[in-house]
Write a protein that binds this ligand. Structure first.
Ligand SMILES: [Zn+2]
Length: 218
């Protein structure tokens, strides 16, 4: 059984998630901690709960989702896991930081690429990698079937979907990703998005104008 703790970090109000089990092993997803006090909020949570971080996962590599990658990789000796199509995105980190006025260093830690349908095992739990490009070229979601939840990155939000006007975005890919990867999932699925509150897939199918449009255009 996994417990999900969320943090809202940086100027982009990004959600960072720490998932942990009864053995006190933890996964850190999309560490967006930018400021020193944000890094401390994350590390204090981990130390006060006596957690051992075992995995660093990135849904995608836009700067607001990877600001804390160096910190987490160095502090906990972890390898960042993301899809290979995100390599050019993370390589543009310093330029992106300049453009948005938030200086950032290149990611210097180790990387392991993850693939469509790969199963990531974590203690007694497992996550299926769903490749869901559109918002960025190698965006993925992490699907936990047993507990019926999705770490969705910037694919779907409560009442919204990810922006597709950024370099490397593709609106048609985003629609295709939602149709092929998310539509088959149960209505009860809890979606933990990269921004904003948790929602459920059933709620979004009924009330999210973008999802209503995608369904009606089928
Ligand atoms: Zn993004």
């Amino acid at each position: 059984m996994l417990t999900i703790q969320s943090f809202c970090f940086n100027a982009f109000q990004e959600n960072t998630y720490v998932l942990f089990n009864a053995q006190k092993e933890a996964i850190i997803v999309d560490p967006g901690c930018y400021l020193r006090n944000e890094q401390e909020a994350l590390s204090n949570f981990i130390s006060s709960n006596q957690l051992t971080p075992k995995l660093l996962l990135n849904t995608h590599c836009h700067l607001d989702h990877v600001f804390g990658n160096n910190f987490v990789s160095e502090t906990y000796d972890l390898t960042a896991h993301f899809h290979k199509n995100e390599q050019p995105v993370i390589d543009r980190l310093p330029q992106g930081g300049e453009r948005w006025g938030v200086p950032c260093e290149p990611y210097k830690g180790p990387v392991k690429y993850i693939e469509q349908d790969e199963i990531i095992k974590f203690g007694n739990s497992e996550f299926k990698v769903l490749l869901t490009p559109g918002h960025s070229p190698g965006s993925v979601c992490f699907y936990n079937k047993e507990q019926d939840f999705l770490i969705g990155g910037d694919l779907i939000f409560k009442d919204g979907v990810g922006r597709t006007d950024l370099p490397g975005s593709n609106p048609l890919d985003l629609i295709k990703s939602i149709k092929t990867q998310i539509l088959p999932l149960p209505d009860t699925l809890e979606i933990y998005s990269g921004h904003g509150p948790m929602t459920t897939w059933g709620r979004e199918k009924k009330a999210n104008p973008y999802i209503l449009h995608i369904q009606s255009a089928q």
